[in-house]
Design a binder for this molecule. Structure first.
Ligand code: ZN
Length: 167
């Protein structure tokens, strides 16, 4: 489990062990590994955004060594079925073939579109990029635009000591 305090001071963004294990499984550790990705689904409480499930990759995704385009129709189906289980779509994840991940300029552009389209109560969007290094240091976790959440970026490589992180 990985728990990060949000800038609003009242709640944490928490990634379940299952989600962390899912990231680990899809790291691009070998030269031929393609980028993988999917969506993040969370239970929302007053105190936590508990990211319980990470989906993908799916057969319909377009995956390259340094590119990833999700199957949009599979994404919509996931959002509906997870919502029926009380799980809210809160963002996306994908891998990069770099040791410590950073969002690319394409990633940043895609995300700002998603923030404007987002309708859930957070009015923000979480992007996790998974590098090839050790977890959780190789993760880049960004929260883009919102009201209740301040936009923030967790560079876990440099901020692990400062953050209250449960590992
Ligand atoms: Zn990317």
């Amino acid at each position: 489990m990985l728990s990060l305090p949000l800038e609003n001071g009242n709640s944490d963004l928490v990634f379940s062990d299952a989600v962390m294990a899912h990231f680990l499984t899809h790291q691009q550790n070998r030269f031929g590994d393609m980028e993988a990705g999917g969506q993040l689904f969370a239970r929302l409480t007053r105190f936590e955004i508990y990211v319980e499930i990470a989906t993908g990759p799916r057969p319909g995704d377009k995956r390259g060594r340094t590119s990833y385009a999700p199957d949009r129709s599979a994404e919509r189906t996931e959002i509906k079925s997870m919502f029926a289980r009380g799980l809210h779509f809160i963002g996306d994840w994908h891998t990069h073939p770099e040791r410590f991940a950073h969002p690319s300029s394409t990633d940043e552009r895609t995300i700002s579109d998603c923030v404007t389209k987002s309708t859930h109560q957070l009015r923000g969007f979480v992007l996790v990029v998974v590098g090839t290094g050790p977890l959780p240091e190789c993760l880049s976790i960004s929260i883009y635009g919102n009201h209740e959440l301040s936009s923030s970026k967790f560079d876990l490589r440099t901020s692990l000591n400062r953050l209250r992180v449960k590992r």
